[in-house]
Design a protein around this ligand. Structure first.
Ligand SMILES: Nc1ncnc2c1ncn2[C@@H]1O[C@H](COP(=O)(O)OP(=O)(O)O)[C@@H](O)[C@H]1O
Ligand SMILES: [Mg+2]
Length: 255
């Protein structure tokens, strides 16, 4: 079993108006095999947490720690994080002109594993994973994310997740912009990855909709850069009924 531990994390960004604190003391422990949902209103810092785990240079860690089985993740470069077993699917995936999906997947897999995948099984694995995610074969020859629709980008992220077999995946708003059919296909992919490789998942979402297909073991509610409440799947059901108003009212009264 592996553990990703976030301890009392404070993160800020530099803006034109000066330094702006965003995360204000986040603590969270995820073990492999567990699914944690992070839910919360827009602007509460969910993507900032994902970007900080990913090592985005824009974000400054002022204090606190992120460790993977005791190893300091914050000291790792972005590719070291991937090799250590972290997978990050960002809310806005980047396009990579001039690099085909086929080349990208193989190069990334080789970099992550430290050796090239055996060609015959690899080609078969890629084809099978693409078929399960209903990705048309001709996508293999298209440039990464170039001209992909929102839903196509999300399905390609899950393709990477299934092929790279990380220990932990951070999925930031993987549900946004998906119609119900695509949402099901994507959710099935995440569930398969969880079953096949004991994946630990940090599922970041504003809406409860995806939680009908991916069952979280734990739910954390993010408000103003902190975890305001934690619970089991029943907390997601309550949020579906009540929304975030209760937290926002309490937050305003406190300020
Ligand atoms: N690059 C940035 N420049 C300026 N403000 C930012 C930047 N990234 C995040 N923020 C601010 O930080 C807060 C948290 O944003 P974010 O982490 O994207 O929240 P969420 O994903 O929960 O909607 C917001 O007030 C947002 O405007
Ligand atoms: Mg976000």
């Amino acid at each position: 079993m592996s553990t990703l531990e976030i301890k009392d994390l404070f993160v800020s960004i530099d803006t034109e108006q000066g330094n702006k604190p965003i995360l204000k003391g986040v603590s969270l422990t995820i073990n492999t095999g567990e699914t944690h949902a992070i839910m919360g209103p827009n602007g509460s810092g969910k993507s900032t947490l994902a970007s900080t785990i990913a090592g985005h240079p824009r974000y400054t860690v002022d204090s606190g720690s992120i460790t993977l089985d005791g190893e300091d993740v914050l000291a790792m470069s972005v590719d070291e994080r991937a090799r250590a077993g972290l997978f990050l699917a960002m809310q806005y995936p980047v396009e990579i002109p001039g690099v085909t999906m086929t080349n990208f997947l193989r190069t990334a897999k080789t970099a992550i594993d430290g050796e090239a995948p055996a060609l015959r099984t690899w080609t078969k694995d890629v084809k099978a994973a693409m078929a399960q995610l209903r990705i048309e074969p001709e996508f293999a020859q298209r440039n990464v994310n170039e001209g992909f629709s929102g839903g196509e980008k999300k399905r390609h992220e899950i393709l990477q997740l299934e092929l790279f077999k990380p220990k932990f995946a951070v999925l930031d708003e993987t549900d946004s912009g998906l119609d119900v059919d695509a949402l099901k296909v994507v959710s099935e992919g995440v569930n398969r990855a969880a079953e096949e490789s004991e994946l630990g998942t940090l599922l970041i979402t504003h809406y409860t909709r995806i939680l009908r297909y991916i069952k979280p073991d734990f739910v954390h509610v993010f408000v103003d850069g902190r975890i305001a409440e934690e619970g089991g799947p029943e907390l997601a059901d309550r949020l579906e009924d009540e929304g975030y108003d209760r937290y926002l009212a309490a937050d305003a009264a406190q300020a």
